[in-house]
Design a protein around this ligand. Structure first.
Ligand SMILES: O=C(CO)COP(=O)(O)O
Length: 250
């Protein structure tokens, strides 16, 4: 199925107010690529200033609590993200699954909380290196997908990000064949669970995507965009990925 590519940045715990100058550069150039959807998931402290200064950019959060409010010191709810001007949020990133012990059921509840606040959700899945070496990559990823995606998921508000844990921040990426196999397996799982709409849910690849490898990754069947960490922090590293998405087959 032909679909618009989505290139989303994940700044993680990086970025002070001065770094909004990079967002300004990105925001001023994305109009050159109207065929690509772009988003930046930035620290919560920057959402309000970024959304106010760059209304043309889709600004997002990187996590949300499953509850809308309450006694959860240090947490942020989806409705708070939306109130600050976010249009989307990442949920279930492997760094949170590992460091905060988030389960598939937690991620599922967070995705539903995002939906309730009218946010889109990027739901992340991905295997560790040990799991891949043991030949379990596909089973792990499909298991995470089954548990992390709510039955209410539709292509309107959900994207998947396949991020092999061992490819994040390492400069290593899977072979093109392995990317094709995993994205194909995810696509099959989506269509068997959600029918024709499952064919329209975007599946992003994440993990060391950069201006040099984006073109070949984005040409793979069922790679409908990218979730970009390190290379999203600087406009001159992020924009070449958007450009590669603009010229990639749809
Ligand atoms: O974790 C990632 C995006 O969510 C990927 O990070 P890198 O692009 O820095 O490898």
């Amino acid at each position: 199925m032909k679909m618009r590519k989505l290139i989303a940045g994940n700044w993680k715990m990086n970025g002070l107010i001065a770094q909004l100058d990079d967002v300004e550069e990105i925001a001023s150039k994305i109009a050159i690529y109207p065929e690509v959807d772009t988003a930046l998931c930035i620290p919560s402290t920057l959402i309000r200033p970024a959304a106010g200064r760059f209304p043309e950019m889709a600004i997002g959060g990187q996590d949300c609590h499953m509850a809308s409010s309450g006694a959860h010191t240090g947490c942020i709810s989806a409705i708070m993200l939306a109130d600050a001007g976010a249009r989307l949020t990442i949920v279930g990133h492997s760094e949170r699954r590992a460091a905060q012990g988030e389960s598939d059921a937690d991620v599922c509840a967070k995705a539903l909380a995002a939906r309730s606040a009218d946010l889109s959700a990027i739901v992340c899945v991905g295997e560790t290196e040990a799991e891949r070496d043991a030949g379990q990559a596909e089973a792990v990823v499909l298991g995470q997908l089954a548990g992390s995606l709510p039955d209410e998921a539709t292509s309107e508000w959900v994207s998947i990000a396949y991020e092999p844990v061992w490819a994040i921040g390492t400069g290593r990426i899977p072979s093109i064949e392995d990317v094709a196999a995993m994205h194909g397996a995810i696509r099959n799982a989506l269509t068997s669970r959600f029918g024709t709409d499952g064919a329209a849910i975007r599946i992003l690849y994440g993990g060391s995507m950069n201006g040099d490898n984006a073109k070949s990754l984005l040409a793979v069947a069922n790679v409908d965009g990218g979730l970009i960490g390190g290379a999203s922090l600087k406009a001159d590293k992020f924009l070449p990925i958007v450009e590669a998405a603009a010229s990639a087959p749809r």
